[in-house]
Ligand binder design. Structure first.
Ligand code: ADP
Ligand code: MG
Length: 748
């Protein structure tokens, strides 16, 4: 039997009556399987000695002698205080509500004692301790379980011990034997036994490794199978050639490349692209010729990879990651041109109207001269000409449409949508992404799923990319357009903001532009006070202050999400032209906005923003050839009032200081995202929390990144060789999936 098949009710265990059954079920433990997978949150190593004198270093675990008794009254009860002594120190055990300990703690007895001790009333004392006759049982490693109301350690230990004894002997392995021996893992039965009652710390580690690997292996098997299924939807057998020539249609039958490229042991970022550039489509060629610059190597590689897949029989699903400013927009345009050359339509979706508008403007500027017909579709009902636009779209008279999620509202019909690009994909929810894919299937002409390119500038840490987006091909643009200077970043406390303003003033006078970002929009009626009740600066009132008091000689404007679309557009246009020099904003400028002449980014209350958001904001500057600057201003009220973490050494920095220092010490978005993860935990990484996906039991894709990569390779190579899992040695995988699947749904 597989572990998850043990759905027996718990009253099969001795001593479990109706009331205990109830308590257990409240704690989410309803079957033997759920009892056995209630893994300990910690282990107490009683095989090691920790003498009384080391009470402040952690749990004490020692053999001591009872040397005196004392009785006192507590809560109307006579309470024992026993004085004990080991070779290192003296201490007291206070036996609240445990009069029965009197015998075990008789004068002169030697006992083994475990527990936490504190220094109280001039003595080292403990109230929560456990004792045992010394020499009674050999010292061992005990599990410590997460508890809920009415459950205690001893009870759980006893029940789990029973379940282990009764059910482990017949527990079947869920991993193929070959993997167990290759990875030097324990059998499932050994692993479950040892995770609860490890004979040694070493075996405990092995048990953890085994269960973690197994979980990640099945995660990747599910991911790989999802990929297989999606690719099979389009064609039952036919594969496409990976050569990327226009002759894709003549490809031969094979199962290769059913699974993402990572499986073929090519590194994530360095997929072979030998057929360099033979195949720009005509429109791509023309755009590239008109550009005032050369594509970066990363852009070339990305387009090359995209070209080799679009127009194949399988829908492309690719995650295009590139740090802020790496030039993803152009890659999206080139991909769209290829789709148009092949007679399809492309939709490019951005998360904010500001960004969608910017894309639309760029598309008009770059693509219209090529004879391509781009259009901007806004959700704004006031937008005139919407009806006509929808008509044109359905008639195929628009080639590339740019907009927000309005691109996929009910009334929007496409004639032949063949490519969807989602910019800043982490900003969209799962349901939105699914609606988009469904839309492609309902295109008037095409009964296919459109190709999908998801772009992300908030880099998903590589390890998470492998899990959540594990069935996508991944392209990483790892270089930047040439000539960019690294952005100089500084921390400043609020009370020093004046110096920052002086610096920015010089930049403005030199012809540059600046952003000022605030965490709040601000109420219209909050008068002219720049601070709201919590003492946070807001964009509305600060815009006023910037314009009137701080930089009266330069033009200032305001953007935030509540400003009317038309006004926002005018403001952004003016800022782009340089007519407006200072933009006060909320984090709406976080994504995508591209104004190369802006050289200063000032972020107030930087402590309020996640590191990835700060990285995004900082990425708004440094887009031209000039030296750019980012100032992170933090409140003086933080736990280290007024102390600039830059002036402190590592240990003395507050947590907040440490977090902000990451921004000073790193410019690579991937590194920053990984660190963000450490500070915030995976649940909060943009986009991931919406996926409802990362419900892992024991593995942690970040901590266990190495195991994840090995598990993924193993899972994918099995699927590549034996997609149906029909071979004998893979039987157990098929069985597990059928009888006891570890994940109910692996949703993107
Ligand atoms: P992101 O990847 O953050 O979306 P963008 O697409 O907004 O980046 O590009 C950032 C800036 O770099 C834009 O001004 C764009 O015109 C410019 N750019 C893109 N590709 C190149 C290139 N190959 N050489 C020089 N500049 C480029
Ligand atoms: Mg962008």
């Amino acid at each position: 039997m597989f572990l998850r098949e043990l759905v027996h009710p718990l009253n099969e265990l001795r001593g479990v009556g109706p009331s205990l059954l109830h308590t257990l079920s409240d704690a989410g433990i309803t079957t033997i399987a759920s009892l056995l997978t209630r893994y300990p949150r910690d282990w107490e190593d009683r095989s090691r000695t920790a003498p009384l004198k080391d009470w402040n270093k952690g749990q004490v675990c020692t053999v001591a002698k009872v040397i005196a008794h004392d009785w006192f009254w507590f809560g109307g009860k006579k309470t024992l205080k026993a004085y004990i002594e080991d070779q290192s120190a003296r201490a007291t055990l206070v036996c609240f509500n445990r009069p029965f300990l009197q015998n075990q703690l008789a004068m002169g007895k030697e006992i083994r004692v475990w527990g936490r001790f504190y220094y109280k009333f001039g003595e080292i004392q403990s109230t929560a301790f456990e004792i045992e006759k010394s020499g009674a049982s050999s010292a061992k490693i005990l599990p410590v379980y997460p508890l809920t109301k009415n459950l205690n350690q001893n009870l759980l230990r006893r029940l789990i011990q029973q379940a282990v004894d009764q059910f482990c002997p017949n527990m079947e392995d869920e991993l193929p034997q070959k993997i167990i021996s290759q990875e030097k893992l324990l059998t499932k039965s050994e692993a479950i036994k040892a995770i609860h009652f490890p004979p040694s710390m070493e075996t405990l580690e092995k048990a953890k490794t085994t269960l973690i690997y197994e979980e990640l292996f099945y995660l990747e098997i599910m991911v790989g199978r999802r990929s297989l299924e999606r690719k099979k939807v389009i064609s039952n057998i036919i594969s496409r050639s990976h050569e990327g020539t226009e002759k894709d249609a003549e490809s031969t039958n094979n199962y290769q490349n059913f699974v993402p490229s990572f499986a073929s042991k090519q590194c994530l970022c360095e997929r072979n692209s030998e057929n360099k550039f033979r195949n720009f489509s005509p429109l791509q060629q023309r755009l590239i010729e008109r550009l005032p610059f050369k594509l970066t190597a990363g852009q070339e590689k990305a387009i090359n990879e995209i070209n080799s897949e679009i127009a194949g029989y399988f829908p492309l699903a690719r995650l295009l990651q590139g740090d802020v400013g790496s030039g993803k927009t152009l890659v999206a345009f080139l991909a769209a041109l290829r789709a148009v050359d092949l007679g399809g339509q492309a939709a490019i979706m951005a998360p904010t109207e500001l960004l969608a508008r910017q894309h639309a403007d760029n598309a008009a500027r770059l693509l219209e001269p090529l004879g391509v017909r781009p259009a901007y579709l806004t959700g704004n009902l006031k937008y005139s000409g919407r009806a006509q636009l929808l008509k044109n779209l359905a008639a195929g008279e628009i080639d590339i449409v740019l907009g927000t999620h309005a691109l996929f509202s009910k009334d929007v019909l496409y004639k032949n949508l063949s490519l969807v690009v989602i910019d800043e994909q982490h900003r969209f929810g799962v349901t939105q992404r699914q609606a988009i894919i469904a839309k492609g299937q309902s295109s008037l002409q095409r009964k296919n799923i459109p190709d999908l390119i998801m772009m992300s500038a908030t880099p998903i840490p590589r390890t998470l990319a492998l899990t959540v987006f594990g069935d996508l091909d991944i392209t990483i643009i790892s270089d930047m357009p040439p000539g960019r200077k690294p952005i100089k970043t500084h921390l400043s406390k609020e009370s020093n903001a004046g110096k920052v303003y002086d610096f920015v003033r010089k930049e403005l006078e030199a012809g540059r532009q600046a952003y000022f970002v605030y965490p709040l929009i601000g109420e219209k009626d909050s008068g002219d006070s720049a601070d709201d009740e919590e003492g946070l600066k807001n964009a509305v009132s600060m815009a006023n202050k910037l314009a009137k008091e701080i930089f009266p000689q330069h033009s200032t404007a305001l953007v935030h999400s509540k400003i009317d679309e038309e006004e926002k557009r005018k403001t952004m246009d003016a800022f782009r032209r340089g007519d407006i020099r200072i933009l006060a904003a909320t984090s709406v400028v976080e994504v995508g906005v591209d104004v190369p002449n802006a050289s200063c980014m000032v972020i107030h209350h930087a402590e309020r923003f996640g590191l990835s958001a700060l990285h995004q904001l900082r990425g708004r500057v440094g887009r031209g050839g000039d030296q750019s600057y980012c100032f992170l201003i933090y409140s003086d009220q933080e736990d280290q009032p007024g102390i600039n973490p830059e002036e402190l050494n590592e240990e003395k920095r507050s947590r907040e200081g440490k977090r902000l220092m990451v921004m000073l010490e790193n410019s690579d978005g991937f590194v920053i995202a990984e660190k963000d993860l450490l500070f915030r935990g995976p649940g909060q990484i943009a986009g991931i929390e919406q996926s409802g996906y990362l419900k892992l039991g024991i593995a942690d894709p970040v901590r266990d990144a190495d195991a994840l990569i090995r598990a993924r390779e193993a899972a994918f190579s099995i699927l590549e060789e034996d997609p149906g899992l029909q071979r004998n040695e893979h039987r157990c995988i098929a069985d597990v999936l059928e009888k006891a699947p570890p994940f109910s749904e692996v949703g993107l």
